[in-house]
Write a protein that binds this ligand. Structure first.
Ligand SMILES: [Zn+2]
Length: 140
């Protein structure tokens, strides 16, 4: 979990905590070269069979924010901010969008993100195997 501080000019949002997906999902594929083609294909089959349900896929990361409401005289103007509120942060290139996550859905969103991370890791591992098969001219 990283600590991020972001200020949005319109509402004075403050990001306090950022629950990001692990940035490095590349599998350690140094051991692939020691496996036979048959073993590589077996591993690929196992990875594909254990792939989490793709319907769970949800991209983004959870962030929690404290915010200012903008009302004059509110305690937040003295630095006692409201929240924290949970948002799903979705980045596409340089654009970042925040979608409010109601408290009773936060756990479901967290589970979706975990499954998405597993799907991504499995697909990356399958790709690494296919790359190894290609290098051996054994890609089928
Ligand atoms: Zn306020």
């Amino acid at each position: 979990m990283s600590r991020v501080l972001t200020r949005f000019p319109d509402h004075g949002y403050l990001v306090c905590n950022s629950y990001t997906r692990s940035a490095d999902s590349m599998p350690a594929n140094s051991d692939l070269s020691s496996l036979s083609v048959r073993q590589l294909r077996a591993r690929r089959r196992r990875l594909a069979a254990s792939l989490a349900d793709p319907q769970a896929n949800l991209e983004g990361s959870l962030v929690s924010q404290l915010r200012r409401c903008g009302k004059e005289g509110c305690r937040c103007t003295q630095g006692e901010l409201h929240g924290p509120y949970v948002y799903l942060s979705i980045s596409r290139g340089a654009d970042r969008r925040l979608v409010y996550v109601p408290a009773d859905l936060a756990e479901a969103v967290r589970q979706h993100l975990t499954l998405s991370e597993q799907i991504e890791a499995s697909l990356a591992a399958i790709s690494a195997i296919n790359l190894e098969l290609l290098a051996r001219r054994q890609l089928d």
